[in-house]
Design a protein around this ligand. Structure first.
Ligand code: TMP
Length: 208
């Protein structure tokens, strides 16, 4: 290895309709304007194999799936993502910005599906060892507001079809994680205007 500095790994997460897509574009442009070489990616997905797994996970035609299978597929896609995209980019000094990451498995498969957190932690240890994002921006919005934004987008995917209770558990699990890892996970109120959310993100990014 040369003396090149490793890039930073930033993830953005939150319940459906929290405004991730809008804000991630803003973050990407903001970092680029500061001269940072940043790669935008997503989970599940981000690689050829990962995108195929994503289709399997989110397509309505997939039908019912055992929660453990869902969890393992999320981590299979994540393994491809880390090995073939995230690590190589960070090593060459690029920054990586990912639309969702492991916190989503704790929130959706842990909180939403009710899987034992200890099992998720085992998979995390296997696939990630001690690798974690340098920073996670958690966009928080009440489920009713988030879901009304999703409704206006049109057809729902396999996970978006879950009931309100499911998303309330997902949201709570995200909030719990932000309390468990306050240094890494920055909770951002995303219930107001896009501009309001943007301002909070800007302050956090400047602290990097
Ligand atoms: P989205 O990126 O368009 O929000 O869609 C991804 C969906 O996959 C979303 O419903 C959250 C879900 N998901 C999980 O359930 N577990 C995970 O580990 C990840 C990365 C995503």
């Amino acid at each position: 290895m040369t003396g090149m500095q490793r890039g930073k790994f930033i993830t953005i997460d939150g319940v459906e309709g929290a405004g991730k897509s809008t804000q991630i574009t803003f973050i990407c442009d903001y970092l680029k304007a500061k001269g940072v070489n940043v790669i935008l990616t997503r989970e599940p997905g981000g690689t050829d194999v990962g995108e195929k797994i994503r289709t399997l996970l989110l397509s309505n035609s997939t039908g019912k799936m055992h929660a453990d299978t869902e969890l393992m597929l999320m981590f299979s896609a994540r393994n491809e993502h880390i090995q073939n995209k995230i690590m190589p980019a960070l090593k060459q000094g690029d920054w990586v910005l990912s639309d969702r990451f492991t916190d989503a498995s704790y929130a959706y498969q842990g909180g939403g599906r009710g899987l034992d957190v200890e099992r998720i932690a085992q998979l995390e240890q296997w696939v990630l060892q001690d690798f974690t994002p340098d920073m996670t921006l958690l966009l928080d919005v009440p489920v009713e507001i988030g879901m009304s934004r999703v409704e206006s987008r049109g057809k729902k995917d396999r996970i978006e079809l879950e009931a309100t209770d499911f998303f309330n558990r997902v949201r709570q699990a995200y909030i719990d994680r932000s309390e468990q890892f306050p240094e890494r996970i920055k909770l951002i109120d995303s219930s107001q205007t896009v501009e309001h959310t943007k301002q909070q993100i800007k302050v956090i990014l400047d602290s990097l």
